[in-house]
Design a protein. Structure first.
Ligand SMILES: [Zn+2]
Length: 83
């Protein structure tokens, strides 16, 4: 792991406006994202989570190539189907 990735793991990207959960680099699996395959920025990343007893919700973050969050949106309705 490069130094920049180690720093990114600890970086605070955003705070969820619904539940106030802090989202860190490690929460978005930066090691599993192949940055070389991303051909447009910002990328959208949507972690689904619940925190402090809130119902599960999806926070979409728009992340630029410096891994700074340019914007965020919360989905009020969420359905995930598993087969
Ligand atoms: Zn949240």
């Amino acid at each position: 792991m490069s130094d920049s990735r180690a720093l990114l793991m600890k970086k605070l990207l955003a705070i969820c406006p619904v539940c106030k959960k802090p989202i860190y680099g490690k929460d978005i699996d930066v090691n599993n994202i192949d940055i070389t395959k991303i051909n447009h920025w910002p990328v959208k990343y949507t972690p689904c989570h619940s925190h402090n007893g809130t119902p599960v919700h999806a926070l979409t973050m728009y992340i630029d190539s410096n891994f700074s969050v340019r914007g965020k949106e919360v989905s009020e309705f969420l359905k995930i189907q598993r087969k």
